[in-house]
Design a binder for this molecule. Sequence first.
Ligand code: AMP
Ligand code: ZN
Length: 471
Amino acid sequence: MGLRLFNTLHRQVEEFVPFDPEARSVGMYCCGPTVYDFGHIGNFRTFLFSDLVRRYLVFRGYKVRAVMNITDVEDKIIKRVRESGQSLAEFTGRYTQAFLEDLAILGALVPDDLPRATAFIPHIIELIRRLEERGIAYRAADGSVYFSIDKYRGCGCRYGQLVNLDPEAQRRTERVTGDEYDKENAADFALWKARVPEDGDVAWDSPWGPGRPGWHIECSAMSMALLGPSFDLHLGGEDLAFPHHEDEIAQSEGSALQAPGRPFVKHWLHAAHLLVDGKKMAKSLGNFFTVRDLTARGYLGREIRFLLLSAHYRETFNFTQEGLEGARSALGRIDSLLERLTELAAGGVPDGISKLPAAITEALDEDLNVSKAWAAVFDWTRDINAALATGRLTPSAAASELAGWERADSVLGLGRKPSEAVPAEVLQMVEARTAAKKAKDFARADALRDELKSKGWTVEDTKNGPKPKRL
Ligand code: AMP
Ligand code: ZN
């Protein structure tokens, strides 16, 4: 049995088979951040899910090309740029940098490609031109260009592949910006937005006059430019399924660049939202925390990561402070086992196979059942702790279990507990105590131990020598 994933396109769990199964190569695209502010941990739930998918595909032997776009031109950005008095590049550069720092803090791998929309304007224009040529895009009096859903349907294409609901009804409830009154049909969406005075100098020349791209077309153009007109996996938060992803399909398949019979994307994955008191964590509701808010309170990136990856990706869950404390203590249990194993394994050569990687595989193959994977990690922690308690575990067995953990952690991405810097003064006292013991000056050794204690430290005599430890 291989990996099975829920495919939003078919509303069922399916075996994951990439377009090129022999090469075991996978192209994946995840809609990235809109860089007008720091991301909140709801956004990062989706980005960490994407990181988990990528890591798991690599674990399963796939060669993955992971693309995540940076939306660096859009209504909110333009408004903030105007307010800040900075240039578009300065403003978005700052938040792009912050986004990459937050990803690193959370232990996410850097995507292979991080295309910025503003660096793909020629590709975007070319795609709109192609849609215009095919009669699917039309130009409005103000120089904006719209996608015609009727014309698209007229070509035998299906609008409404990802959502069962009546898309027209959904779109009516959608926010319609003031510069979109020229549409032939309320359901149509902008591909190119003609420049308006509030845009300042955020505009590019195009066959339709100065303007800027619509958000949906950016993702179609960038994903196809980097991964080809058909690729294996497309991810994003559940709110993006409609209209953003539906529109991506329409624009990309409307271009007819795909080989006959091939869709734009084979598998669509959508991550459920992170909630606060039952409501979506969102900037607009003001109920959000950034990664920085939490690290300033003393939480580590790996603790936040653990929490954000604790529930199945298709289930919403509530963010709470207690949840974060729970993540801290769960990680503490893993960390102390790893410390004990590391001590015991010194000099041991792995001579067996840990059960952990197989248990993780079994869990994650089932539509990335991460809750089951964590249960496997905690069963393993309990069993190995029990073996350690009986003194049955040999250094070689400990080394095998550590290797098993490292393999599992190539997917989980928790890393090891950062070693606490030991103050020089404490190290000196530990050394002085060792020397005193060697010289059989036990009174001095005891006095030094007491002094260490008063500073919040103790000394553990391990087989690798005395080690300072926080009390
Ligand atoms: P944005 O920066 O607003 O374009 O959003 C970036 C990504 O975060 C998108 O994939 C959204 O679907 C996702 N997202 C936004 N809010 C949440 C949330 N509360 N929980 C999970 N994902 C979210
Ligand atoms: Zn997108």
